[in-house]
Design a protein around this ligand. Structure first.
Ligand SMILES: O=P(O)(O)OC[C@H]1O[C@](O)(CO)[C@@H](O)[C@H]1O
Length: 299
């Protein structure tokens, strides 16, 4: 199975409105409310592609209960570690009118104690020992040290993908992960300079390979087998929230199946684009996936 780890699990709320009226009253059209956080979205995409997954992470309080209930309702296999603090809600406001845009409000999440973290680490090590691939993704709740992804990577016998931002991204290479997947802005914040330079710097610090998502510009991958670009045939319009998670699902699939880099990147890029066409993070549009996949150019 592919193990996805979401240390800051969330109840993801998506509001669809034609356009936000700041300083006014907004009547919401469609509302979606479901278990989220990046690793949960990765697991949803992998499940839709027929892969066995296991979702783990930290959740607690009434919001944590709502997250666990939704994981059960979605039939996503999970082994969530319960913490005392209440889990967070994230809000994505998706404007679907003339000027489509998505605005995110991500709460910080619960405060995690040292005892909880030590117990979770033991819980994680037991699960990771059974995984074909491990995905570590998303922000860290308060109380979790910034180098915790490096710590978890170091405990993992299987290939590891890390999708993080800020200090957790800066520390991630020290755990020698198989893939680090920042987007271009996250990479520039961690290592100033052009994406290729930044990716090389993360490799020099210990990451085996670095895959940078460039939005509609596709992907850049700096690997031990060379540098690859995946170029998209056209920009897909919609809600980009969760596109990175869908892309990571494609990378995890490629690692689990031992697919060569060009095909691995093609599938990851197509899944990322197909997620933009789906209104809610964790979903992807199968028609867009099938249409885009053969037209992606890998060099
Ligand atoms: O952990 P964060 O970086 O705050 O990201 C979490 C959020 O990102 C998303 O996964 C979209 O990528 C949402 O589902 C939301 O839960």
């Amino acid at each position: 199975m592919i193990l996805t780890v979401t240390l800051n699990m969330a109840l993801d709320v998506t509001y669809q409105v034609p356009a936000v009226e700041w300083d006014g009253v907004n009547r919401v059209g469609a509302v979606h409310r479901r278990a989220g956080g990046k690793g949960v979205n990765v697991a949803r995409v992998l499940t839709a592609l027929g892969r066995e997954v296991l979702v783990t992470g930290l959740a607690g309080g009434p919001t944590g209960q709502a997250i666990e209930d939704d994981l059960a309702a979605a039939e996503l296999p999970s082994a969530v570690f319960a913490v005392e603090g209440d889990s967070r809600t994230t809000l994505a406001v998706s404007e679907t009118g003339e000027r489509p845009a998505t605005t995110l409000f991500n709460e910080p999440g619960p405060e995690v104690t040292g005892e909880e973290l030590a117990a979770f680490t033991r819980h994680y090590a037991a699960l990771a020992g059974r995984a074909e691939v491990v995905v570590l993704s998303g922000s860290l709740p308060r109380g979790v040290p910034a180098d915790f992804y490096a710590t978890l990577s170091g405990l993992t016998p299987a290939p590891v993908i890390v999708d993080a931002d800020g200090d957790p991204l800066r520390h991630a290479p020290r755990g020698r992960p198989t893939v680090v997947k920042p987007n271009a802005e996250e990479l520039a914040r961690a290592v100033p300079g052009a994406p290729e330079e930044g990716a090389r710097a993360l490799r020099d610090q210990g990451a085996e390979s670095v895959v940078v998502s460039l939005g509609a510009g596709g992907l850049l991958a700096v690997t031990g087998e060379g540098t690859f670009r995946a170029r998209m045939p056209y920009a897909v319009r919609g809600n980009p929230t969760g596109a990175g998670d869908s892309l990571v699902a494609g990378l995890a699939l490629g690692l689990a199946e031992g697919t060569p880099w060009p095909e691995r990147l093609r599938r990851a890029a197509a899944l990322g684009a197909a997620a933009v066409a789906a209104p809610v993070a964790g979903d992807f549009d199968r028609d867009v996936y099938a249409a885009v996949l053969p037209r992606i150019v890998i060099t």
